[in-house]
Design a protein around this ligand. Structure first.
Ligand code: PRX
Length: 661
């Protein structure tokens, strides 16, 4: 039995298990009352319909199409609730961002009023370019205040934005632009991340050049922020500006009026889409809508981080991922929080960077990923202990299962055994925390995400689709809708229904497996589909395989996850070369294949291992037996199991012989 740590947040919003249980019960029995009460703190241009009209859904494909709606009939605006609401309440001078640039000493402070002014200016420029409600904008920017400001400017106008992480390659960006047909792309001259300079504008140029021949993509306007701290001068980029297409941010935004009326939008109007990898095909655009997402991100921010106005909050995630949407841009700003916005990486210039900044801003709530915790842990305690960190009271983790050793280090060394740990399980699709402790209520066990958040009803299913009762493990599904769940896949509702609702009728399938212990606590076991979780980022095996076979030397590829001490999982690729190659081929072939993946997807998808495979283990019907490949990749060939169904069992020995070659 795992050791249990008592809840540590004193005087919390939810300060006992009894309170958690009664709130949870209410959220289940009376969703309208529960969410309606929470919604009362927000501004609504029009109130929602009550009774049966408040919330509608169908989760069962046998009973028609999948649909979910909350707060039907209501009108609001997320940008208004993040900004105007606080300024009108007299909190305009409150700090929203302490921006900490990549290089130490590069910093700025923004207040809510300043952010509102800037958001209005950006929105006014967008309007002047004919960008309005229902249009789309793609954002490809680093972690500077202008990134959340652009997201909020879009939300203000009812423009659907899609942030593409500024570490994705030109080809990936092109794919996402092509799927969206944005009227505008907002980017930045360059960024310095750690010691590396990345010219983002150049990547946008390359992406648009790839799309040049595509008829359906009209040329978007490109707004380019001149990021002086990147070390790349405006003059160096200026010549690349395309007349009539590209314009410098600094030339057009500052002169815009600082007032811009909000566009009231319907509760179910789309707010943004965010592309994420699935087990098949291209990344899908996960669509989130307005009211439900707003309340889900705000409620979880308030309760899971036990947020209070005196807190200083810091989430290290990039706005290119869902964590940066819900817990940098929306949740914190909706609640009027003061937060650190960080452009850099936790190990630059030293492994003490985060703790130095924690002391500098007196950070009370810190939220990061297990991979960052393990990286810092490997750098040695001295980088942590030389800083005070006495302000820290809540430490959050997200993105992948946290191993108990890293959990204890986070708790004991970083948090001085005084800060509460919240291990938050959720997904791009869920929009907000789903299974998580509440820091004043839930006794925690290292490695368990513990219990469901309000309104969330998880279940475990066995192979036959029957619910596993009590202690046991199975596929993690959700039995009923919650406000912040995704509503569709952009341009492909059928894919939404097939991906999440066709496997188990009546349930939303998460793609994860989990175990439930004797206390009803959930332990997430990881993905059961062909998705690899590399440093908390989802990479579809199909995407990496398609990148590899895109190279002329590669005849076939099969990609599997392998455990990695820092990244959690790493990408392990088996590659069959075209006829005529000998195994192992020259080293340059490996380098070219790795470069190919980086070009097609981005550095995050870099395979750690390319394992040469003159043949792949296939069944007689030609299906690759990934189970066998996983065992070979993990050095567990003594546990291969039954391989008699392979068309040619001999390939296994050949593969084992080529390990490390
Ligand atoms: O496998 C789960 C893992 O990350 C997946 C979702 O990835 P993404 O949509 O990119 O969102 C990441 C940030 C929310 C899940 O299916 N995951 C996320 N949080 C946890 C986790 N696995 C274990 N424990 C967690 N706390």
């Amino acid at each position: 039995m795992a050791s249990t740590y008592p809840p540590l947040a004193k005087g919390a919003h939810v300060d006992s298990m009894d309170k958690y249980k009664s709130m949870y019960e209410r959220s289940m029995k009376d969703p309208e009352g529960f969410w309606g009460d929470f919604a009362a703190d927000f501004h609504w241009n029009k109130k929602w319909d009550t009774g049966d009209d408040f919330h509608k859904y169908n989760f069962d494909l046998d009973k028609g199409g999948i649909h979910v709606s909350w707060f039907n009939g209501a009108e609001t605006n997320v940008s208004y609730n993040c900004l105007d609401r606080h300024v009108k309440a007299g909190d305009g001078d409150r700090v929203c961002f302490f921006w900490e640039g990549n290089d130490e000493g590069v910093e700025s402070v923004t207040t809510y009023k300043q952010l509102l002014d800037q958001v209005c200016q950006i929105a006014n420029f967008m309007k002047s370019q004919g960008v309005g409600k229902g249009d789309e904008v793609t954002i490809y920017m680093p972690m500077i205040p202008e990134l959340p400001a652009t997201m909020l400017a879009c939300a203000r106008l009812g423009v659907v934005f899609s942030v593409v992480f500024a570490g994705f390659s030109a080809e990936s960006l092109a794919g996402r632009i092509s799927d969206s047909s944005p009227k505008m792309v907002v980017t930045c001259s360059a960024v310095k991340r750690g010691a590396k300079h990345i010219e983002l504008k150049k990547i946008v140029d390359e992406a648009l050049a790839i799309l040049d021949g595509e008829e359906q993509v009209h040329v978007p306007r490109v707004l380019v922020y001149d990021h002086k701290a990147s070390g790349v001068a405006r003059e160096a980029i200026h010549a690349s500006l395309v007349e009539g297409r590209d314009v410098w941010w600094q030339d057009v935004i500052g002169d815009q009026p600082t007032e811009c009326e909000v566009e009231w939008v319907g509760a179910e109007d789309p707010l943004f889409k965010l592309y994420t990898s699935g087990s098949t095909g291209k990344p899908k655009g996960v669509v989130h809508t307005t009211a439900g997402y707003m309340l889900g991100s705000a409620a979880t921010f308030k309760y899971v981080f036990d947020y209070k106005p005196e807190d200083v909050y810091w989430c290290t995630a990039d706005c290119g991922w869902i964590t940066g949407h819900s817990y940098v841009t929306f949740g914190p700003l909706l609640m009027g929080a003061k937060q650190v916005l960080f452009e850099g990486v936790p190990t630059y210039p030293t492994a003490g960077r985060c703790w130095e900044a924690v002391d500098k801003y007196n950070v009370t709530i810190f939220y990061t990923a297990p991979t960052a915790i393990r990286t810092l842990m490997a750098c040695g305690d001295e980088h942590v202990t030389k800083h005070k960190r006495t302000s820290l009271r809540i430490l959050g983790t997200v993105g992948e299962p946290i191993n108990p050793e890293a959990w204890r280090w986070y708790h004991e060394v970083v948090g001085n055994s005084k800060a509460a740990i919240v291990d938050t399980w959720w997904q791009t699709e869920t929009g907000a925390h789903m299974i998580t402790p509440l820091p004043g209520a839930t006794p925690v066990k290292p490695g368990s995400a513990t219990l469901p958040f309000f309104g969330v009803e998880p279940a475990l299913l066995d192979d036959k689709g029957n619910e596993v009762e009590g202690v046991g493990q199975g596929y993690l599904v959700i039995k009923r809708p919650w406000p912040s769940m995704m509503r569709t896949v952009a341009n492909d509702h059928h894919r939404f229904e097939q991906t999440y609702f066709s496997g188990y009728k009546g349930y939303f399938f998460t793609g994860d497996a989990a175990r439930r212990d004797e206390d009803g606590y959930f332990w997430i076991l990881g993905r059961v589909d062909d998705v690899i979780n590399v440093s908390g980022h989802r990479i579809g095996t199909a995407e990496v395989e398609s990148a590899l076979v895109g190279h002329h030397v590669c005849a076939e590829a099969a990609v599997v996850p392998v455990d990695h001490p820092i990244k959690g999982q790493a990408i392990y690729a088996f590659v069959t070369l075209m006829n005529g190659f000998e195994y192992p081929p020259e080293e340059s072939v490996r380098k070219e294949l790795v470069a190919q993946v980086r070009k097609a997807i981005g550095p995050i998808a870099t395979p750690d291992v390319i394992h040469w495979a003159p043949g792949l283990p296939k069944t007689r019907s030609g299906k690759i037996m990934r189970r066998v490949l996983r065992k070979i990749a993990s050095n567990e060939e003594d546990q291969l199991g039954d391989i008699s169904t392979l068309a040619d069992p001999g390939v296994v020995q050949v593969l084992i012989g080529l390990r490390g070659k």
